[in-house]
Design a protein around this ligand. Structure first.
Ligand code: M6R
Length: 603
């Protein structure tokens, strides 16, 4: 999704902005731009379609500034063109604005206030900056004009505004979309993501919805739209900028796949006490234990991790658990149990669909937990409780280590809850030991990369379609493996319940159709094998991936045994590598697949 950066008080503002934009590249974008002002009467606006490198190439050495704003745009309103790129500028060229989010009543605002303004773009952002200019022309000072314009907006925004007549001030505001203010020695920065400015400062001020900020080089004033001044203490963002280094890797996705065993071990040492008890907030366990049903709400890969979590909570904690797509739950809330507890799974902690549900369930008074990789994120802040995935920054758009970390945290929490409720299955399940086994099993697969690469080439080299099948946890992992292949190699892939194939979808199997079968559950292995044979009888090419204790000579990949509740931690590594090598061999940008964004902050 779009990314915002801003800075005031740095002689090297252009470089600060470009560096920040580069670090936001991973979020996904299709155009970029910046505006800088040297506070001595010189300013520049540059926008380009495509990569940041195109923008950098257009920034001549003499384009310097002390303050400015920058943006990566992931098109929502209007195509990715230079005219639609940000910063958007008012017709009188006084105001420059970068914006994330969607102003849903932009057309109505334009009809009401901008009849005499010719819009130069198709964006809702331009409507906002033109409104500021209109209200300024009516006599309001810039902060008042900005606040008046924002108070009319419906939808979501994080934005940063410059008044070129007053380059000693920089303005920012937020509603629903993320935005942080970074505090440095004699300067301030603005960013939609701390990663963007981590090499400049680790001190950040979190903004609440409906707040407006006025920055100078050495002051920061936060107030509500109604003008009430707010006091905020900076938080330290404890991230190592070195985590962002690619090191010897060609792509972040491969680095992040390789990091998974270390993440599992880190989670064990973070959450498991010497006496094997799970170290989570007792108040969280009390709130969970009071619930008669858990509702896991998530999107995309996080939703798939939720599917793996359901049997963990049901078997280890004996609590009925439902898993819901956030985008569906938000507007079609099912009939709830008497005492629901909501668990939000989100790598970024910023997914707008999930946040919409969180806001609703909070309004209804239900307790909530966010499990996220970004401790400072909106979902982490707004839920009653938060648990950290401890996975380190995930930069590749395709989520890998966050998925396995989510499953591991669900397992840890399910065991903690089971212990709290005195469930025998939880007492017997040594989650720390099982996660350690899973880490070792992951390493064994990672050592097989050349084999997986060759299989990826043979199965998916030039295919248009593919299927992943399995039952139970193997079905859940099929969904995730198919999503990985779709996202980065653009193969039409489907994850399917193995037993359901024969009820219609098997009609799509023709000579050579690649089908990956996951076989890790003793209870269903024979059935899945039959389903694989049904595919082969129709010409399909089946790759069988089996657990060691169930393996037969037909199985081309064998993974080490772990309890069937946790097999996705291991089998998905094969799915991730198959997708990675397919994308690589097809010559795609593995980390930045087309049309996708890392942090999906619009509904
Ligand atoms: O940040 P979140 O986990 O809430 O994101 C949810 C999805 O947008 C995300 O998992 C998406 O499906 C990824 N591209 C998957 O690789």
């Amino acid at each position: 999704m779009c990314g915002i950066v801003g800075v005031i008080g740095r002689q090297d503002a252009t470089q600060v902005l470009l560096g920040g934009l580069e670090k936001l590249e991973y979020r996904g974008y299709d155009s970029a731009g910046l505006y800088v002002n040297d506070q001595h009467g010189h300013d520049h606006l540059i926008r380009r379609v495509g990569r940041i490198s195109a923008l950098e190439a257009a920034v001549m050495p003499d384009i310097q500034g002390v303050m400015g704003i920058g943006h990566t745009r992931w098109a929502t309103n209007g195509r990715p063109t230079e005219a639609n790129a940000h910063p958007q500028v008012s017709s009188d060229e006084r105001f420059y604005l970068v914006h994330n989010g969607v102003i849903t009543n932009a057309q109505a605002l334009a009809d009401r206030f901008l009849q005499n303004v010719t819009l130069a773009s198709d964006t809702d952002t331009e409507v906002l900056v033109q409104l500021v200019a209109v209200f300024a022309r009516q006599g309001l000072d810039t902060p008042a004009a900005f606040k008046k314009a924002l108070s009319l907006c419906e939808g979501s925004y994080a934005c940063c505004l410059v008044d070129r007549l007053d380059p000693l001030h920089l303005y920012a505001a937020k509603a629903k979309s993320p935005l942080l203010i970074g505090q440095g020695d004699g300067f301030y920065v603005v960013a939609s993501d701390a990663l963007a400015m981590l090499d400049r400062t680790d001190q950040f001020l979190e903004l609440e919805d409906g707040e407006v900020v006025t920055l100078t080089a050495d002051s920061c004033r936060i107030e509500t739209l109604a003008g009430q001044v707010q006091h905020r203490t900076p938080i330290t963002v404890a991230l190592d900028a070195a985590d962002l280094d690619l090191g010897p890797y060609p792509y972040y996705m491969l680095k992040e796949i390789d990091e998974q065993p270390a993440v599992l071990r880190r989670l064990v040492s973070r959450y498991v006490e010497a006496d094997s008890r799970i170290a989570v907030d007792p108040a969280l366990l009390t709130a969970l234990a009071a619930a008669d049903r858990l509702y896991i709400v998530a999107a995309g890969t996080s939703y798939h991790a939720g599917l793996v979590g359901k049997p963990l909570f049901e078997q280890l904690a004996q609590v009925p658990t439902e898993v819901h797509l956030a985008s569906e739950f938000g507007y079609h809330q099912p009939l709830l149990a008497e005492k629901p507890f909501f668990i939000f799974l989100s790598q970024s902690g910023e997914t707008a669909d999930s946040r919409q549900v969180l806001v609703n369930v909070k309004r209804q008074g239900f307790p909530s937990l966010t499990i996220t990789n970004v401790a400072t994120s909106t979902l982490a802040r707004e839920a009653d409780f938060a648990l950290d995935l401890c996975a380190g920054p995930e930069i590749a758009v395709a989520s890998t280590k966050a998925y396995t970390a989510q499953i591991a945290v669900e397992a840890l929490l399910a065991q903690a809850l089971g212990q709290q409720r005195g469930v025998p299955a939880a007492q017997a399940f040594d989650v720390a030991h099982q996660l350690s086994l899973a880490a070792t099993a992951q390493e064994a697969i990672l050592a097989e990369k050349p084999t997986v690469h060759a299989l990826a080439g043979e199965l998916f080299g030039d295919t248009r379609d593919a299927f992943f099948i399995g039952r139970g946890a193997d079905y859940a992992v099929s969904l995730e493996a198919a999503l990985k292949l779709k996202e980065i190699s653009y193969v039409q892939a489907e994850g399917f319940a193995a037993g359901e194939l024969k009820h219609g979808t098997i009609a799509l199997i023709t000579q050579g159709t690649p089908v990956v079968a996951f076989i890790t559950d003793p209870a269903t292995a024979a059935h899945t094998r039959s389903n694989a044979q049904e595919v082969e009888a129709r010409g399909g090419r089946v790759l069988r991936i089996a657990a060691a204790s169930l393996a037969t000579p037909d199985d081309e990949l064998v993974v080490q045994d772990v309890p069937s509740l946790l097999t996705p931690l291991v089998t998905i590594v094969v799915g991730q590598l198959l997708a990675y090598f397919t994308s690589l061999d097809r010559g795609y940008d593995v980390d930045r697949p087309r049309n996708l964004a890392k942090s999906v902050t619009v509904e």
